[in-house]
Design a protein around this ligand. Structure first.
Ligand code: URA
Length: 433
């Protein structure tokens, strides 16, 4: 078997065997297959797709490229959550401490930014000292001791995904259904949770632009889960505009902390309550979704959810002074307002354009080895349906140079469409599968 033959097979659109897929995954993980060969194969997969059999085999090969955690003893009723990616998507940072403080153990492995979508790990790393790279023992211990751990792919869990993920990001291969399904499900299978809830984002700022594609991806991930005896549920959410008000790493941490203290954007609240209520149900803590929602609100109001977040940050080495005093986060040196070009109502705030503008400011990566600037990003003050007055600030650009700020202002301005007539606020939760 040779990697060149495997690339050739996929290049002409033929099906790869289980053995060929395993050969590729093993060889790439062990550095026996080069980045350029892997990139060629990944591109061929992106263009020609994969059968359901190939996707299942790729998922299992990636999950088996490292250890598979067994959480039965420390967290038997854990529920894992993952988003297929979005702009301003800080839901994990808010939701997981809430659910952990209610008593569902959370053991979650998150990813870095991919394309224009942000990554929980990049966000967490904007908190000085926070360690995303724990070993398996420390990860399990944290879950046992404080009921929550949020880590990156530093351990030997699905290492193949870590490499392929970074490669896809740098080769325009992010929005491929087979690659997304196998990437997410390999991580979830390796991290050991029996119950998995997936936020399948859909719209201009997501990998799945249409509801139909989002449904195909959902069905695939549910199928893969079922074959591995995992309980998978998918919720389709709207990603035509950014989630909440901030886009950018430290800016999103600040918004998440405020949300945990009860100051939540409407769309964020809807996502938190919907996902949270289903997570409690999956964990066996109550079938009545409305009762579960009330429980979540109480957990926030009592301050317990925020305290759990502080406990998590402290446990993983983060400086909690930053959480307790959000002013400590270093600000970008240039903060420029974006002024409304006319009076009216926001008809569109393109998540895609905001995502691109934020990557250009330095909040995301263009090459896999790029460093990100945790200070930069965009705060949107007005969202779809909001009324605006000519020349009022509708957003702020946080940049590390004047040129970058000016460029960002133009891009953010172009992301807004303002019309004369009233516009209805869009639904956030699109479908539950
Ligand atoms: N999240 C992942 O973990 N992988 C993807 O491919 C997309 C989103």
């Amino acid at each position: 078997m040779s990697i060149i033959e495997i690339i050739e097979t996929k290049k002409v659109g033929k099906e790869l065997s289980k053995e060929e897929i395993e050969f590729f995954v093993k060889g790439y993980t062990n550095n026996e297959i080069t980045d350029y060969q892997a990139a060629a194969l990944v591109m061929a997969i992106c263009i020609n797709g994969m059968t359901i059999e190939e996707i299942s085999n790729l998922t299992m090969a990636m999950a088996n490229s490292g250890e598979i955690l067994d959480l039965k003893e420390i967290a038997p009723n854990t529920v894992d959550k993952h988003s297929t990616g979005g702009v301003g998507d800080k839901i994990t940072l808010i939701l997981m401490p809430i659910i952990a403080s209610i008593g569902v153990p959370i053991a979650k492995m998150s990813g870095r930014g991919l394309g224009i979508t942000g990554g929980t790990i990049d966000k967490l790393e904007s908190i000085p000292g926070y360690r995303t790279g724990l070993d398996i023992e420390e990860f399990k211990n944290n879950v046992k001791e404080i009921g929550i751990s949020l880590i990156g792919q530093s351990m030997n869990l699905a290492p193949a995904d870590k490499k392929i993920y970074a490669l896809r990001d740098a080769t325009a291969c992010t929005n491929s259904i087979p690659l997304i399904a196998s990437s997410i499900m390999s991580k979830k299978i390796a991290a050991g949770a029996k119950n998995i809830i997936l936020d399948v984002t859909c719209g201009s700022g997501a990998f799945m632009e249409t509801k139909n594609d989002a449904k195909i991806l959902s069905k695939l991930m549910k199928y893969i889960g079922k074959n591995c005896d995992r309980n998978v549920m998918c919720i389709l959410t709207n990603m035509n505009e950014p989630v909440g008000y901030s886009v950018g790493n430290a800016l999103e941490v600040v918004e998440a902390v405020k949300a945990l203290k009860g100051n939540m954007a409407e769309d964020v609240k809807e996502i938190i309550l919907t996902f949270g209520s289903y997570m409690l149900k999956m964990a066996g803590l109550g079938d009545n979704l409305e009762v579960n929602k009330t429980r979540i609100i109480k957990e926030i109001e009592s301050g317990k959810a925020y305290n759990k977040f502080v406990e998590l940050i402290k446990k993983q080495g983060g400086d909690i002074e930053y959480i307790e005093n959000l002013e400590k986060f270093e600000k970008a040196p240039y903060i420029m307002p974006v002024l409304a070009s006319k009076s009216g109502y926001v008809a569109e705030l393109s998540a895609e354009m905001i995502g691109r503008a934020s990557v250009d400011l330095g909040a995301g990566r263009k090459k896999k080895e790029d460093a990100i600037d945790s200070r930069v990003g965009i705060i949107v003050c007005k969202k779809t349906g909001d009324k605006v007055e000519k020349d009022e600030p509708i957003a702020y650009v946080h940049a590390n140079s004047v040129e970058s700020a000016e460029d960002g202002v133009l891009k953010v301005k172009n992301a807004y469409t303002i019309v004369d007539k009233k516009v209805k606020k869009p639904s956030v939760i699109l479908e539950i599968l």
